[in-house]
Design a protein around this ligand. Structure first.
Ligand SMILES: *[C@@H]1O[C@H](CO)[C@@H](O)[C@H](O)[C@H]1NC(C)=O
Ligand SMILES: *[C@@H]1O[C@H](CO)[C@@H](O)[C@H](O)[C@H]1NC(C)=O
Ligand SMILES: *[C@@H]1O[C@H](CO)[C@@H](O)[C@H](O)[C@H]1NC(C)=O
Ligand SMILES: *[C@@H]1O[C@H](CO)[C@@H](O)[C@H](O)[C@H]1NC(C)=O
Ligand SMILES: *[C@@H]1O[C@H](CO)[C@@H](O)[C@H](O)[C@H]1NC(C)=O
Ligand SMILES: *[C@@H]1O[C@H](CO)[C@@H](O)[C@H](O)[C@H]1NC(C)=O
Ligand SMILES: *[C@@H]1O[C@H](CO)[C@@H](O)[C@H](O)[C@H]1NC(C)=O
Ligand SMILES: *[C@@H]1O[C@H](CO)[C@@H](O)[C@H](O)[C@H]1NC(C)=O
Ligand SMILES: *[C@@H]1O[C@H](CO)[C@@H](O)[C@H](O)[C@H]1NC(C)=O
Ligand SMILES: *[C@@H]1O[C@H](CO)[C@@H](O)[C@H](O)[C@H]1NC(C)=O
Ligand SMILES: *[C@@H]1O[C@H](CO)[C@@H](O)[C@H](O)[C@H]1NC(C)=O
Ligand SMILES: CC(=O)N[C@H]1CO[C@H](CO)[C@@H](O)[C@@H]1O
Length: 573
C-alpha cells in the first residue's frame, strides 16, 4: 500500500469518528449520531414549544437541547426529552413516531422520552438489533404508545438496563382484537439481571397470572411499581424469595380479592414502602407485617369488600419504628379504638407523621395516650363511631398541622389543664360532633389555624366577644347548622377570612361590615334583618354569596367594585 493511501484511510476514519462542524473548534459531535438524531427529529410531527429547535443540521449535536455527549469521545450518552412535571402543559409535548435511528446510538446510556405523545415503531418494525443494547442503563418510555398493544420482548436484550419505566404505555389504547390475541407477556424481563427500577403501572397485565414468579427472578429489583395493572391475585406461592433488596413495592389499584394474609410479599423485610391501596384484600394481617421494621410507608386504604376489610391483631405494628405514614382510610373492618391504639408502633422517638383511620366505623373513646405521639403531623379519625370526650393530651401534639375528628359522636374536649400546644395546627374539622353548648373557649387558642370546621356541633348562644380577634388570621370558618343567636360581630372587617359559612343558625340583627377579603359568604336560613349594607361593596373579592331565607329588605347596594360575583342568592323563602 502506498503511503498516500494509508493517509487517506486514516483521514476517513478520523472524519467518521469525530467530524467537527464549521466554525467551532471545540465541538466533538459524531456525524453518524448527528444524522441519527436528525432522523429522530424528522419523525416528530409536532413540537409546539420548539423543544427541538436547537437541533439544526450542521451544528454541533452535543450542544443541542436535551443531548449530553461524552467530553472525551463526543459520543451521545444521554437524551433528556421527557416531560417533567414543571413542563406539564399541553404545549410542550412532542408528538410523532420514534425513529429506529435512535436505537443505533451505540453509546447511549440514558434515554428519556417519557410523557410525550410518541408512538413506538410497531410490529415487525420494532428494532431487534439495538445498537445501544449494551450501553443503555436508563430507558423511560412512560406514556408512549405501543401500537400493537404489546411490550416488545426485544427490550430483554438491553442487558445493562437498571431503570425501565414503561408505565402508561398500554393505557387501554390497544385495539380490542389485539388485546385478546396478544396478552402482554413478561418473561423477557428476567433477562435484565441489573434491573433495579421497574415501573409497569397502568399496563394491563390481567393475563400475566405468574407475575410474582417473574419478578421474583429479578433479584436486583429495588423498586417495583405495578399500580393499576389489573392484576388478579397476589397469593401465588413462591418456594423461595429472591427479592431481598426490594425497597418500594406499589401494588395499588389492582383486583386482589383474597385474604391479605396469603399475599406473597409479607416476608420481605427490606421494604420501606408498601402500597396496597384500592384492592379487595381482607382479613387479618399476618404476623410477618410486624417484622417489616424498615417500613416507612404503608397504605391499605380503600381495601376490602363491603363485608370485610383489614383486621389488625393486638400489638401488630409495635416494632415498626420507622413508620412515618400509615393509611387505613376505608380499610379496616369495624374495630375498637383501643385495639388499634394498642397495635401502633411504640418507639422512642416515634416517626409516625401521618395516621389516617378515617371511615372505618371505629368504636370507643380516644385514649389519653394519644398525646405521646408527638410526631403526628396529620391525624385523621373522621367518620367513625368514636364517643366520649377528646382527651386534653391532644393539645400536646405540637407538630400537628391537620386534625380531623368530624362525623363521630364526640362530646367535647377536656381542657382543664393548661396547655400551649397545637401551635402548628392549620386545619381542624370537628363537624358533626357535640362541642357545644356555647362557643368552646379553647377555640381561642387556635390563633394560627387557617381552616376551622365546626358545622353541626351543637353550639348555642351568641358570638363571643373574642370571635374576630381569635380568628383574625383564619381563612375559612364554618359554623353552619348550629343554634347561634344574636347578631354578627361588628368588628369583623379586618379579619383575613376568605370563606365564612353561617347557614342554618338563628342569627338576627343588621349585617355589619364583613371581612374585606371574603370570597364566599353564606348566612342562609337565619333571621338577619334590615338593609344589605353598603359596606358589602368593601369586599371586592366576593364570588359567592347566599343571603337566602333571612329577613333582609331593600335592594342590593350598587357596588362598582364587586366585579367577581358569580352567584348571589337573595330570595327570602
Ligand atoms: C463535560 O464538561 C462540562 C464542562 O466542562 C461538565 O460540566 C460536564 O459535567 C462534563 N460532562 C461529562 C459527561 O463529563
Ligand atoms: C419517567 O418519566 C416520567 C415523566 O417525565 C417521570 O415522571 C418518571 O419519574 C420517569 N421515570 C423514571 C424511572 O425516572
Ligand atoms: C433480541 O430479542 C429478540 C426477541 O427476544 C430476539 O429474537 C433477538 O434474537 C435478540 N437479539 C439480540 C441481538 O440479542
Ligand atoms: C385487559 O386485558 C384483558 C385480557 O387481554 C382484557 O379482557 C381486558 O378487557 C383488558 N382491560 C382493559 C381495561 O383494557
Ligand atoms: C428465584 O427463586 C426461584 C424460586 O422461586 C428459583 O427457581 C430461581 O432460580 C431464582 N432466580 C434467581 C434469578 O435467583
Ligand atoms: C414467609 O415466612 C414464613 C414464616 O417465617 C414461612 O413459613 C413462609 O414459607 C415464608 N414465605 C416465603 C414466600 O418465603
Ligand atoms: C361502616 O358501617 C356502615 C353501616 O353499617 C357500612 O355500610 C360500612 O361498610 C362500614 N364500613 C366499614 C369500613 O366497615
Ligand atoms: C416536629 O417537627 C420538627 C420539624 O419539622 C422536627 O424536627 C421534630 O423532630 C418534630 N418533633 C417530633 C416530636 O417529631
Ligand atoms: C351517634 O350516636 C347516635 C345515638 O347513640 C347514633 O344514632 C348515631 O348513629 C351515632 N353517630 C355516629 C356517627 O356514630
Ligand atoms: C340565645 O341562645 C341562648 C342559649 O340557647 C339563650 O339562653 C338566649 O336567650 C338566646 N338569646 C337570644 C337573644 O335569643
Ligand atoms: C381595621 O383596620 C383599620 C385600619 O388599620 C382601623 O382603622 C380599624 O379600626 C380596624 N377595625 C377594627 C374593627 O379593628
Ligand atoms: C329566626 C329563624 O328564622 N331562624 C331559622 C334559621 O335557620 C334554621 C335552620 O334552617 C331554622 O331552624 C331557624 O328557625
Amino acid at each position: 500500500m502506498r503511503p498516500t493511501n494509508k493517509l487517506l484511510l486514516l483521514l476517513v476514519i478520523v472524519t467518521a469518528a469525530t467530524t467537527t462542524f464549521a466554525g467551532d473548534t471545540t465541538t466533538l459531535c459524531v456525524a453518524q449520531e448527528h444524522d441519527a438524531l436528525l432522523a429522530f427529529k424528522r419523525g416528530i410531527t409536532s413540537d409546539p414549544a420548539g423543544r427541538l429547535a436547537s437541533w439544526r443540521r450542521g451544528s454541533d449535536c452535543c450542544r443541542w437541547k436535551g443531548v449530553v455527549c461524552s467530553n472525551r469521545t463526543g459520543h451521545v450518552l444521554e437524551l433528556h426529552l421527557g416531560m417533567d412535571e414543571q413542563m406539564e402543559d399541553d404545549q410542550s409535548y412532542l408528538s410523532g413516531q420514534i425513529s429506529q435511528s435512535l436505537f443505533s446510538l451505540e453509546h447511549l446510556e440514558h434515554l428519556d422520552l417519557g410523557n410525550n405523545w410518541l408512538e413506538f415503531p410497531s410490529g415487525g418494525q420494532t428494532p431487534t438489533l439495538w445498537g445501544c443494547r449494551k450501553s443503555l442503563t436508563y430507558l423511560n418510555l412512560s406514556g408512549i404508545s405501543f401500537d400493537d398493544g404489546m411490550l416488545p420482548p426485544q427490550l430483554g436484550n438491553l442487558s445493562n438496563l437498571q431503570y425501565l419505566d414503561l408505565s402508561y404505555t398500554l393505557d387501554g389504547r390497544q385495539p380490542e382484537d389485539l388485546r385478546s390475541m396478544q396478552p402482554t407477556d413478561l418473561p423477557w424481563l428476567t433477562r435484565l439481571p441489573l434491573l433495579h427500577h421497574l415501573d409497569l403501572s397502568w399496563v394491563n397485565l390481567s393475563m400475566v397470572h405468574d407475575w410474582p414468579h417473574i419478578v421474583n427472578m429479578i433479584p436486583s429489583l429495588k423498586v417495583l411499581y405495578l399500580s393499576i395493572c389489573k392484576l388478579e391475585s397476589a397469593n401465588q406461592r413462591l418456594p423461595h424469595l429472591n427479592l431481598t433488596r426490594i425497597e418500594r413495592l406499589d401494588l395499588s389499584y389492582n383486583n386482589f380479592d383474597h385474604p391479605s394474609e396469603s399475599c406473597w410479599f409479607w416476608n420481605i423485610t427490606s421494604l420501606t414502602y408498601l402500597n396496597l391501596q384500592d384492592n379487595l384484600l381482607y382479613g387479618q394481617f399476618p404476623r410477618t407485617l410486624g417484622k417489616m421494621t424498615s417500613l416507612q410507608f404503608f397504605d391499605f386504604s380503600f381495601s376490602g369488600n363491603n363485608l370485610m376489610a383489614g383486621v389488625i391483631s393486638p400489638n401488630l405494628m409495635r416494632n415498626l419504628c420507622n413508620l412515618e405514614v400509615l393509611n387505613f382510610e376505608y380499610g379496616l373492618s369495624s374495630s375498637s379504638m383501643t385495639q388499634i391504639y394498642e397495635s401502633l408502633p411504640r418507639c422512642s422517638p416515634s416517626k409516625l407523621r401521618e395516621l389516617n383511620l378515617g371511615w372505618n366505623n371505629i368504636t370507643g373513646t380516644l385514649p389519653a395516650g394519644i398525646g405521646q405521639f408527638t410526631s403526628f403531623v396529620d391525624l385523621n379519625l373522621c367518620n367513625n363511631h368514636l364517643t366520649g370526650l377528646v382527651p386534653s393530651e391532644i393539645f400536646m401534639l405540637n407538630n400537628l398541622t391537620s386534625l380531623c375528628l368530624a362525623d363521630n359522636n364526640l362530646t367535647g374536649i377536656i381542657t382543664e389543664e393548661v396547655f400551649s400546644g397545637l401551635t402548628r395546627l392549620k386545619y381542624i374539622d370537628l363537624s358533626s360532633n357535640q362541642m357545644g353548648p356555647g362557643f368552646p373557649p379553647w377555640l381561642q387558642r387556635l390563633a394560627g389555624v387557617d381552616y376551622i370546621d365546626m358545622e353541626d356541633t351543637g353550639i348555642t348562644g351568641q358570638f363571643p366577644y373574642w370571635f374576630s380577634a381569635a380568628f383574625s388570621l383564619a381563612k375559612k370558618l364554618d359554623f353552619s347548622h348550629n343554634q347561634i343567636n344574636g347578631s354578627l360581630p361588628n368588628n369583623m372587617e379586618n379579619m383575613s377570612l376568605h370563606h365564612l359559612l353561617l347557614d342554618g343558625n338563628q342569627i338576627t340583627g343588621e349585617m355589619p361590615p364583613l371581612p374585606r377579603n371574603l370570597i364566599s359568604f353564606s348566612i342562609s336560613n337565619n333571621a338577619s334583618s334590615g338593609h344589605i349594607p353598603e359596606s358589602i361593596c368593601e369586599s371586592p373579592q366576593l364570588q359567592d354569596m347566599d343571603l337566602g331565607s333571612n329577613r333582609l329588605e331593600g335592594e342590593f347596594p350598587r357596588c362598582l367594585r364587586m366585579r367577581k360575583i358569580k352567584s348571589l342568592i337573595l330570595s327570602n323563602n
